[in-house]
Structures are given as structure tokens and as C-alpha cells.
Design a protein around this ligand. Structure first.
Ligand code: GRF
Length: 217
């Protein structure tokens, strides 16, 4: 079954672009019904508009408080009746109203190997730790900062001379592979979200893209 997606962004939208490319190639059984942003200047909005995808901006500053913004964001997202909500560089915490409306149905991509280095400075924190590996995580969103159950991870090296920007660019290359693969695995029923996360997806043959329950050959 092709999944109907609502994709939430705040910035460049390179993960949104990667999802759309994978869909075009027939590698991700999904379609993007709605792109939402909390910022009017998010570059990813132009991508949605160029592709004729419905898009909207729901800015925190237009609402009296966070709860009102969260409820408005949830209501606008619900209009699209998505099967799955994908946070692809959405830089704000979702509140209780949103999560109650889409229980166990929101995923996020984070530029670190969670549970290490949650929050906004994942690449910089990984470099500062002295570790030689970092990567990205796709996880279920709960009320915390990058705390929900981890679905899949991909690793990249931290190289001598890396700064946060260089490492983040390397991590994004694997994000662009992993996020569409997770969405496709969800569409195929290889991953089931719910009160219990189930991951039956097989690992990518030449990488560590899936970290849990690696099927047998
Ligand atoms: C990604 O690195 C993601 O991990 C983080 O925000 C960044 C968004 O990048 N949550 P983009 O907007 O998809 O290019």
C-alpha cells in the first residue's frame, strides 16, 4: 500500500527532496499529500510548490501560545488525512494535541546516533565527544527531544579535521537513503508502528542501515 505522507519541515528540505526522488524512482511506496512548515522562508516549500504539492505555513508567532499553535498544526495536518507524518528537519517540538491526533504515527530523522546527542547540535556534540563514528537515526516521535523508539540507524565516520558542517553534510547523505527506506519499509509492512515498535526489515546488503531485527537469509 502506498502511504499518504504529510512532511513537516523548517529549512532546506533536502530530506523532502530525497523522499520525492525515491518515490519517483519507484523505491518508496508513498506520495506526499502535504508539506507544512513553521517558517515562511523554508526553502523546502519552493520544492513542494514546484511539484504541485499542497503546502502551508503554520507559524508559532501567529498564535497566542504553543498549545494553540500545536492544535492548529494538528488540524491542518489532519486535513490531509495522512497515513504517516514525517518530520524532515522540523525544528520544533510537537505538543500533546498533535501527538494525540497521530498516535505512534509520527517519525523524525535526527543527525546523530541516538540516544547519544539529541537536540539541535547533534553533529557538533558528536565531534566534541571524541567519538570516531556518528550517523543518523530515524525514530518514532514522542513528547521528548529525540527520545522516541529508534527504528533504524546508519553510521558514518567522523574524520580528522571535521567541523559540524562537514560532518552534518556526510550524515545527510545517509539520511537521504535511510529515511525513504524506512518509509518504504513501513509501506511494505516490514515495520509496524504502534504501542510496540516492530522492525522486520532486512539490513541493506552493504551497510548497517537497519539496526534491529535483521531478517535471516
Ligand atoms: C537534517 O539533518 C535532520 O536530521 C535534522 O534537520 C536536518 C534537516 O535538513 N533534523 P533538510 O532540511 O532536510 O535539508
Amino acid at each position: 500500500m502506498a502511504l499518504k505522507l504529510a512532511v513537516l519541515i523548517s529549512g532546506r528540505g533536502s530530506n523532502l527532496a530525497a523522499i520525492l526522488r525515491a518515490i519517483d524512482r519507484g523505491e518508496c511506496r508513498a506520495h506526499v499529500a502535504l508539506v507544512l512548515s513553521d517558517r515562511a522562508d523554508a526553502q523546502g516549500l519552493q520544492l513542494a510548490q514546484a511539484r504541485g504539492i499542497a503546502s502551508a505555513v503554520v507559524r508559532l508567532s501567529d498564535y497566542s501560545d504553543r498549545a494553540a499553535w500545536d492544535a492548529a498544526l494538528a488540524a491542518r495536518t489532519a486535513e490531509a488525512e495522512p497515513d504517516l507524518v514525517v518530520l524532515a528537519g522540523f525544528m520544533r517540538l510537537l505538543g500533546p494535541a498533535f501527538l494525540a491526533r497521530f498516535p505512534h504515527n509520527v517519525i523524525n530523522v535526527h543527525p546523530a546516533l541516538l540516544p547519544l546527542f539529541p537536540g539541535k547540535a547533534g553533529p557538533a556534540d558528536a565531534i566534541a565527544s571524541g567519538m570516531r563514528l556518528s550517523g543518523c537515526s530515524v525514530h518514532v516521535v514522542d513528547g521528548g527531544v529525540d527520545t522516541g523508539p529508534i527504528i533504524a540507524q546508519a553510521a558514518v565516520p567522523i574524520l580528522p579535521g571535521d567541523d559540524a558542517e562537514r560532518l552534518h553534510a556526510r550524515i545527510q547523505r545517509v539520511e537521504h537513503v535511510l529515511l525513504p527506506r524506512v518509509i518504504d519499509a513501513l509501506a511494505r509492512g516490514e515495520i509496524t508502528l504502534g504501542p510496540e515498535l516492530r522492525v522486520d526489515a532486512r539490513p541493506h546488503p552493504d551497510s548497517t542501515l537497519f539496526s534491529l531485527e535483521q531478517g535471516t537469509d
